[in-house]
Design a protein around this ligand. Structure first.
Ligand code: BEZ
Ligand code: FE
Length: 279
């Protein structure tokens, strides 16, 4: 295999991987090489542009650490995360749709009893959140484990605040015996995704804004049901049609209603999909 040309190098690379023992890895690597080469041919990639791409990915790597995952942000802003979610969460009609996980979930969120305030000191307009967790046949899911997390009034998650000693605006609750839940928190507000790194530069270069419409994150787990990872979005938000990470589903948009005492109320009923058979 000498003197390879632009016409036969793709096949040569694929042939070199012919002995890959894992058939799925072989399939993925073959397709990756095919599409990468097709992309380079399509745009007639110059050597200078190739190097720019390498420099960009190097910056993405350098800024990534335990607190900041720029590769996920890149995947999110290119729509790859939401495409993967959409392809892998084909649920029966009537089930609550899934959306992106995002980078701000933490495993050690505090537990709360129903009715408690998960804001835990985070700044924001008080808000009551309530609803139910049910299965596809309308059956309540008693004791469903509900993880919730959200940004504060300044659009920051607690993990983005270096000086904060406690967890804020996140928690784990359990639905009651009728599958109902309610808790206090703060009003969800729109916020920009971190745009002070290479992904932010990409957004600026392509004239894109970094904003996400106001939302609450939920992860809901219960035995016998698929884990649901989703958001509830705030109706009326100006960014609902231009979410920086393409995560909005109309079925996840709810009204935050201002009450006479100035607090907000949002109600959302979740429907879990039954656990798939083990294959
Ligand atoms: C979030 O909603 O927390 C989020 C999702 C994707 C990228 C950045 C933030
Ligand atoms: Fe978020």
């Amino acid at each position: 295999m000498r003197n390879l040309t632009q016409d036969n190098i793709t096949q040569a690379v694929i042939a070199r991987m012919a002995d890959t023992p894992d058939p799925r890895l072989k399939e993925i690597m073959t397709s990756l090489v095919q599409h990468l080469h097709a992309f380079a041919r399509d745009v007639k990639l110059t050597e200078e542009e190739w190097f720019q791409g390498i420099s960009f990915l190097t910056r993405v790597g350098h800024i990534t650490d335990d607190q900041r995952q720029e590769f996920i942000l890149l995947s999110d802003t290119l729509g790859l995360s939401m495409l993967t979610v959409a392809m892998n969460n084909d649920k029966p009609a009537g089930c609550t749709e899934a959306t992106v996980f995002g980078p701000f979930y933490v495993e050690d969120a505090p537990g709360f009893d129903l009715g408690e305030d998960v804001a835990n000191g985070a700044a924001g307009v008080p808000c009551l959140v309530r609803g139910s967790v049910r299965g596809i046949d309308g059956e309540p899911v008693p004791g469903a484990e509900i993880h919730v997390w959200q940004a504060d009034a300044e659009g920051k998650y607690d993990v983005q605040r270096e000086d904060l000693q406690q967890r804020q605006a996140r928690g784990v609750l359990h639905a009651n015996g009728k599958g109902q839940y309610h808790f206090r928190s703060i009003l969800a507000e729109a916020y920009p995704i971190p745009d002070d790194g290479p992904v932010g530069d990409m957004l600026k270069a392509t004239r894109r804004h970094p904003w996400r419409p106001a939302h609450l994150h939920f992860m809901i787990k219960a035995p016998g049901y698929e884990t649901l990872i989703t958001h509830v979005f705030r109706n009326g938000d100006p960014y609902l049609d231009s979410d920086a990470v393409f995560g909005v589903r109309q079925s996840l948009v709810a009204d935050w209603v201002k009450q006479s005492d100035g607090q907000y109320l949002v109600e959302y009923d979740f429907v879990l999909a039954p656990q798939k058979e083990e294959r």
